[in-house]
Ligand binder design. Structure first.
Ligand code: IPM
Ligand code: MG
Length: 399
């Protein structure tokens, strides 16, 4: 037995624990939720990302500037670019977020972020950490909120994916113990599980939802998922008017395609990796990951993004201008709701529903035979300017 390898592994594990214990202490001593109304100006940073990122982020920004034109003109809101979160720059610095870029990001309580390439072993890029994961950690964006709505199918789901723990927290800190054995580390804290579960229940209560469902694999992954589930039912006690239930991830993926059962689900709360997987599946009902936006919420910062990656192949094949910007525009709608413009956010969602799911006069296919992202965005903006928007949307729902 290689005792030196075991000793090295123990030391490695010890260092990880130190970092995590420090992180949890910092979380516990957070000064609380930021109040956007007290910020003047409120600064929104745009991180274009790479791959198709700059193309679809530019469209979402255009919509945002249009809807917030009065606030931008009066100086109440500033929308500005944050440069440097590109794969080239990240690779050159050998890190997920170059320090000067992170410093800049910290000046913006709210960001709209295009997809960023996440390298993996064997890619032409150094195998650096995902900048999504790094940003979620650095800004403590503990909640990844992902709505999926398909009125036609009676689907109205909201996923609360924990965003700072699970296999992701130490995903770049695994260990090749020797030439044969590799180990990754999975971490769940009561602090982390409690705060995501509480946010899910609070949101359910605020929006009159009657049910919150937790998803784990606690029958097999007993310790970490066990703790998550324990937190879930503990928090649930404070919300007696809401039904709390739990399912295992495997059967949950099946239930989402069960037409008779899936409409019954309303709000989901789940650890990071299960949330990653299940939300891609869920988004497929709505038209695919290209149509789904997500909010990364923390007490001090919030970041809004698409739920998909940077699709470098589309760029290589010269198709980036034909990428669907819906995901980023949905993210912009979530952003509007989060910073205190819920009516604008809802208008934008209605315009997207009509353009993308019902009327479909201009359809993006991801290829040059379909519409460009710019043409589709013009179409969405025409609906935003249309005084009949709400009536038209309600008519669509009635079929
Ligand atoms: C997502 C993405 C990211 C994740 C990747 C790009 C790291 O898939 O936002 O769901 O796994 O969280
Ligand atoms: Mg994902």
């Amino acid at each position: 037995m290689d005792h030196a390898a075991i000793r090295r592994a123990k030391e490695h594990f010890g260092r990880l624990l130190e970092t995590q214990m420090r992180r949890v202490e910092a979380v516990k001593s957070s000064p609380g939720w930021i109040d956007y109304r007290t910020l003047s100006p409120l600064k929104i940073g745009v991180l274009a990302g790479d791959g198709i990122g700059p193309f679809i982020a530019a469209q979402a920004r255009r919509v945002l500037e249009f809807l917030l034109r009065d606030e931008v003109r009066s100086g109440r809101i500033v929308i500005a670019d944050i440069e440097g979160l590109t794969i080239e720059n990240r690779a050159a610095h050998g890190c997920a977020i170059p320090p000067d870029v992170l410093e800049e990001i910290r000046k913006y309580p709210v960001t709209l972020k295009g997809p960023t390439t996440t390298p993996r072993q064997g890619d032409p890029w150094p195998n650096i950490e995902s900048s999504n994961v790094a940003m979620r950690r650095e800004l403590d964006l503990f909640a990844n909120v992902r709505p999926v709505r398909v009125p036609r199918l009676g689907i109205d789901w909201k996923f609360f994916r924990e965003n700072t723990e699970d296999l992701y927290a130490l995903g770049s800190n695994g260990l090749d113990v020797d030439a044969d054995i590799s180990i990754d580390f999975r971490l769940i804290t009561a602090t982390g599980a409690d705060r995501i579960c509480r946010l899910a229940f609070e949101d359910a209560r605020k929006n009159g939802r009657r049910r919150v469902t937790c998803v784990t694999k606690a029958n097999v992954v007993k310790t970490t998922d066990g703790r998550f589930l324990e937190s879930f039912y503990r928090v649930a006690r404070d919300y007696p008017e809401i039904d709390a239930d739990d399912w295992y991830i495997d059967i949950m993926t099946a239930k989402l395609i069960d037409e008779t059962r899936r409409r019954e689900f309303q709000v989901f709360v789940l650890p990071n990796l299960y949330g990653d997987i299940l939300t891609d599946e869920a988004a497929q009902f709505q038209g695919g990951v290209g149509t789904a936006g997500s909010a990364n919420i923390g007490q001090r910062y919030a970041m809004f993004e698409a739920i998909h990656g940077s699709a470098p192949r589309m760029v290589a094949e010269d198709r980036a201008a034909f990428a669907d910007p819906s995901s980023m525009i949905r993210a912009a709608a979530l952003l509007l709701g989060h910073i205190g413009f819920p009516r604008l956010g809802r208008d934008l969602e209605m315009a997207l529903d009509i353009a993308g799911q019902y009327e479909r006069k201009i359809v993006v296919t991801g290829r040059s035979t379909g519409a460009s992202g710019q043409a589709f965005t013009d179409y969405v903006m025409d609906w935003l300017r249309n005084p009949e928007l709400k009536d038209a949307w309600e008519a669509c729902l009635k079929g």
